[in-house]
Design a protein around this ligand. Structure first.
Ligand code: NDP
Ligand code: OXD
Length: 319
């Protein structure tokens, strides 16, 4: 097949059909091969770049000349968990359009719990005018687990809202005005945390980290009726059976979950029915197609100019 060397393949497992024109507009002279299209050739030799979510395992065999793999998402667990991973650099998606959306979601969830929004929703349904007082943000100690691109933006914005914010990550960070803890200091971090936010990647080390044992270490005295758990990292990092039990027995006073062990969340999951649970269907921060096309095009430009690719995945740490 005679494709240009600089063509890019768009994977079928993340439906970009409505956005292919945006990709073609931004990629200009580069050929954009959308695997959704019937006309896609079986032989993709000569192709150097692919943008994938969780591709068909056979896809890589069709691309013997692949040089760089781009992830549609900021997370790359879907790529690294596959049996076959091509031996090429993997670049994850990092862009303000995604980061800002995630911080909007995190701040929103913290505020919903702080301002007892569910209580007012219920009263509104009952046409019930009842004023209750609530603490201000500065009285709430929020702790963010994961201080990467998303966590760093979230802690800064939570701080601007007035929350008393701290962060935890594998390696120690220095952030103005924010207490930080490294992996060895998890106990101290949890002990001060009343509202816990998860922005961790899914790796063997983070699997099931948000479980009953961890929730029990959170600060129990809170001005909002119990510690709150908020997660938008990955569902595999949480043990949903423990979350359900902890909501029932008051170990947790509330949760906000955007990610789940199995997605979509089963219709009969008890999580749907807790008054103090806010659930969103993995929509905290979407990857915007135009931003993604510009990002990938820019990275390919850097690569071809001999510059370093940005946001490379470390296969050893798994993110
Ligand atoms: P980064 O890779 O930039 O940051 C990951 C952070 O997690 C780092 O601070 C890292 O520590 C920390 N970390 C990783 N493993 C451990 C560990 N074992 N113990 C302690 N800390 C750890 O990722 P992003 O911030 O860009 O994204 C985070 C995750 O958010 C993604 O992997 C993805 O799963 C999820 N996501 C969810 C979306 C949604 O819509 N729900 C949208 C986009 C992303 P260190 O700094 O020391 O390396
Ligand atoms: C991502 C996601 O990883 O949307 O970007 O979950």
């Amino acid at each position: 097949m005679s494709t240009e060397l600089s063509s890019i393949v768009l994977d079928i497992s993340y439906d970009l059909s409505d956005d292919v024109d945006k990709f073609r507009g931004i990629f200009g002279d580069r050929q954009v091969i959308n695997l959704q299209e019937q006309s896609t050739p079986a032989d993709l030799s000569g192709i150097r770049y692919a943008l994938v979510w969780k591709p068909d395992p056979g896809l890589y065999d069709r691309m013997p000349d692949l040089e760089v793999l781009f992830s549609v998402g900021a997370g790359v667990d879907h790529i690294l968990e596959m049996d076959v991973i091509p031996d090429v650099p993997i670049v994850r998606f990092v862009d303000p359009s995604l980061t800002n959306r995630m911080s909007e979601w995190v701040c929103l969830q913290c505020l919903l719990h702080l301002r007892r929004q569910r209580y007012y929703d219920a009263n509104q349904r009952e046409h019930n005018w009842e004023q209750v007082s609530h603490p201000e943000a500065g009285e709430l100690r929020v702790g963010v687990m994961g201080l990467g691109v998303l966590g760093l933006d979230a802690v800064r914005k939570l701080k601007v809202l007035g929350f008393d914010v701290a962060g935890w990550s594998r390696t120690k960070k220095q952030i103005d005005g924010i207490d930080t803890y490294d992996a060895s200091q998890l106990g101290g971090f949890l002990d001060r945390t009343q509202m816990l936010v998860g922005l961790l990647p899914s790796t063997p080390d983070t699997e099931g980290i948000f479980n009953r044992d961890l929730f029990k270490l959170l600060a129990t005295q809170t001005p909002i009726g119990g510690p709150v758990f908020i997660n938008a990292g990955r569902g595999k990092s949480q043990v949903e059976a423990d979350i359900i039990d902890c909501l029932k027995d008051g170990t947790l006073g509330g949760v906000s979950l955007d990610v789940f062990e199995t997605e979509p969340l089963a219709e009969d999951s008890p999580l749907w029915d807790f008054e103090n649970a806010y659930l969103t269907p993995h929509t905290a921060a979407e990857s915007n197609a135009s931003a993604m096309a510009k990002y990938v095009s820019n990275q390919i430009g850097r690569y071809e100019a001999g510059q370093d690719l940005e946001n490379l995945v470390n296969r050893e740490s798994g993110y």
